[in-house]
Ligand binder design. Structure first.
Ligand code: IMP
Ligand code: MG
Length: 458
């Protein structure tokens, strides 16, 4: 790819998060005005590193404090049903969605600046990643110090383990997850990987499941605090030390929400038929080295052989084409069955439901209603809200009914948050989120979380 083409490709809105880009733009101004590249060769004068750093730090902090206040104002608008006018933030970043908590951005900036030396940089301005990590820190501070974290949900590929790999016993993430369970936080692994049987999930998660089974200090109730939600929102398994693969499937009748119960089998099959035909057309028109994989609740394309790679541009083209075709199809227009088309890095899948439904089910499961009829009697369907424009239908909306773990007490950690073709993005409509880029970042995030929770307890 020529660099010119790459630049234009990256500029496409589906490749950008508007809130992060907007903050980046705000921080670029003090960077240009106050960072002093000449200080590198001018020594200890007025442009010395210490002075520049101090000044840049003060300016960045002030801006982030202002953004923090603007988010507070947005939250006040969000909570005021009488007010018909958009907030200032909504006018500036039209794709902004719902905030479940306030975000202490100034404190989060100070924390990340200590780690990443953002204010000390004179040639590289605050970046997308600086801001993404700062938003994560702010979110974690909010769910621990200002609130109480009750449920943490995790994506699988790229979040807990490398793409296509498994959670091996030596993964540093395992001890952090056990630590969350010890602190009585519920855990849901909400993955798109869709398997109908426990053995396949055991294969992917065995390091964690074995560690839980062998742990002497987790209480039985803490061991009951882990579920796996597979295929985005299609297969629920609970941890079960006595089952052959340490997981036991939970029949759909015990966990489907009332809205999910209305998803008609005929509509599901028609939607997957349309998606399959569109995927087959894409394989032909883009000459992809891929084959179609049809499942009970999903259809996707995967490389013909493990050593083959489908170009990223082709994967994204397929997602956007299939999504459009589905939206315009009869079954898609009827909006009776939500779906999620996404780029999995090496493959493209269209799943029935999405992670907003998956996280919702877990919120209800641990909210005290599972296994009884109350599950089907209360529900608060609100519209789905997405931060940078959603795809498909998505969004079950919840967080305020009895017997739910609320959005403000939920944190979903994932790697896919760009609006088009990103499956973790949908979880934003039902809880707070953290956007990581590798399993190592998940470990760092969990350490940050553990430290804040520890401080709060003491
Ligand atoms: P996640 O990152 O844990 O959500 O997993 C996404 C990956 O799971 C996809 O990129 C696929 O490689 C894999 N996968 C396996 N089965 C399915 C399925 O039925 N639907 C979607 N993804 C699947
Ligand atoms: Mg992932």
């Amino acid at each position: 790819m020529t660099s010119r083409y790459r630049v234009e490709y990256a500029l496409k809105t589906h490749r950008r998060d508007q809130l992060i880009e907007w903050i980046k733009g705000l921080l670029a101004v003090p960077f240009v005005l106050y960072s002093q590249p000449t200080g590198v060769f001018e020594g200890q004068g007025k442009n010395s590193l210490a002075r520049t750093r101090e000044e840049a730090h003060r300016r960045y902090s002030e801006i982030l404090r202002d953004v923090e206040l603007m988010i507070d104002d947005h939250i006040a608008h969000q909570n005021d049903a009488e007010n018909p006018f958009p907030s200032k933030l909504k006018l500036l970043v039209p794709s902004i969605g719902v905030f479940f908590t306030r975000l202490p951005l100034e404190a989060a900036f100070k924390f990340q600046d200590r780690k990443r030396y953002i204010s000390s940089r004179r040639f590289v301005s605050p970046s997308f990643n600086d801001i993404r990590l700062m938003l994560n820190s702010a979110q974690i501070m909010a769910v621990t110090t200002h609130g109480t974290l009750q449920l943490a949900t995790f994506d699988g590929d790229v979040t807990l383990y490398d793409d296509g790999q498994s959670l091996e016993p030596d993964s540093p993430v395992i001890s952090r997850l056990l630590d969350l369970l010890r602190k009585n936080v519920k855990i849901g692994i909400v993955t798109a990987a869709g398997y109908t049987t426990a053995d396949r999930y055991y294969e992917r998660l065995h390091g964690l499941l074995d560690a839980m089974a062998n742990s002497a200090d987790l209480t039985p109730s803490q061991k009951q605090s882990l579920v796996v939600m597979g295929g985005e929102a299609n297969y629920l398994f609970e941890f079960s030390p006595s089952s052959p693969h340490l997981l036991s499937p939970v029949p759909r009748a015990r966990w489907l929400t009332p809205e999910m119960k209305t998803w008609d089998q005929h509509d599901i099959a028609s939607l997957l038929d349309v998606a399959e035909a569109a995927l087959r057309d894409c394989i032909k028109s883009l000459n992809l080295p891929a084959t179609v994989m049809r499942k009970d609740r999903a259809v996707g394309i995967i490389p013909l052989r493990p050593d083959l790679r489908i170009p990223r541009e082709s994967l994204e083209e397929v997602v956007l084409v299939v999504q459009k075709i589905l939206e315009l199809s009869m079954v898609g227009r009827a909006r009776r069955v939500p779906f999620c088309a996404f780029n999995g890095g090496r493959d493209v899948f269209v799943d029935i439901g999405d992670k907003s439904w998956g996280v919702t089910v877990v919120q209800r499961w641990f909210g005290g209603q599972h296994g009884n009829d109350a599950l089907s009697s209360s529900s608060s369907a609100s519209s789905s809200v997405s931060v940078s424009g959603g795809i498909g239908i998505g969004g079950s909306g919840n967080g305020n009914g009895d017997g739910f773990i609320k959005g403000e007490n939920t944190l979903h950690v994932g790697d896919q948050f760009l609006s088009a073709g990103a499956n973790d993005f949908r979880a934003r409509s039902v809880g707070t989120t953290a956007w990581i880029a590798s399993p190592l970042e998940t470990v760092e995030l969990l350490d940050e979380l553990g430290e804040l929770m520890g401080k709060k307890m003491s």
